[in-house]
Write a protein that binds this ligand. Structure first.
Ligand SMILES: [Zn+2]
Length: 224
């Protein structure tokens, strides 16, 4: 508890084996219900976010864990963990102890630092895809670009679900790209440009795949 007082909101710290962790103001509603109503500057590695709806739970965890919405059906008092922000319901952030308690109750709950990392990752992926789409259009591959953007329109707005969906989409796209490549040689001067865009895309894909695996492994470690 007293350890938290050395942090300042907005500061970035290396902590819990992670670098550049943002310190946020945390007012855990469960702590508040126990009388600790003060907001505490807390590194994002020690802030936990329950999954509001099932789409925020990784598919492979849905048999084991439930969403906050489903938990509220069983225990209406848990509705206190949902607040409206800008017209949208959001799960409240909780402290480490209460995050662990929620996970023990089999309500899917993630570290805020993971959530932020995935959001940043999804934003970066979106940027890369837009970049590749421009390249694809210029290289005369509009059909592929159209398919890519269409897939993105399906997402329901949840960053976690989106990240997962995009990972699948990327794999599918990568798989569908491979056999096309050899017989799809561009004419003349277009070649250099196309190769560069594709090379960049595939490098990014690998880096993100790696990050994705790290996150999944971290989640798995914590869940066990
Ligand atoms: Zn708490």
């Amino acid at each position: 508890m007293t350890e938290n007082h050395k942090f300042e909101v907005g500061q970035r710290v290396n902590i819990d084996k992670q670098e550049d962790v943002l310190v946020v103001s945390l007012r855990c509603p469960l702590c508040a219900a126990l009388g600790n109503t003060e907001a505490v500057p807390t590194p994002a590695t020690r802030v936990w976010v329950p999954a509001l709806s099932e789409r925020w739970i990784p598919k492979w965890e849905r048999g084991k864990y439930i969403s906050l919405e489903d938990a509220i059906l069983k225990e209406p008092a848990l509705a206190a963990l949902v607040k409206e922000h800008n017209g949208r319901n959001q799960a409240e952030r909780v402290c480490s102890n209460h995050g662990k308690m929620l996970r023990a109750a089999k309500i899917w709950t993630e570290q805020l630092s993971w959530v932020m990392r995935k959001q940043a990752n999804a934003a970066e992926r979106k940027k890369t895809e837009a970049f590749s789409s421009i390249g694809a259009i210029l290289a005369g591959k509009q059909d592929l670009a159209a398919a890519e953007s269409q897939g993105e329109d399906n997402d329901a707005g949840a960053p976690q679900a989106r990240a997962e969906q995009e990972a699948i989409q990327r794999r599918t796209l990568a798989a569908s790209r491979k056999p096309v490549e050899p017989e799809d040689k561009p004419k003349g001067k277009g070649k250099g440009r196309k190769t560069k865009v594709q090379a960049e895309g595939s490098t990014k894909g690998r880096a993100q795949g790696q990050l994705r695996r790290e996150i999944d492994e971290a989640l798995e470690r914590d869940a066990s």
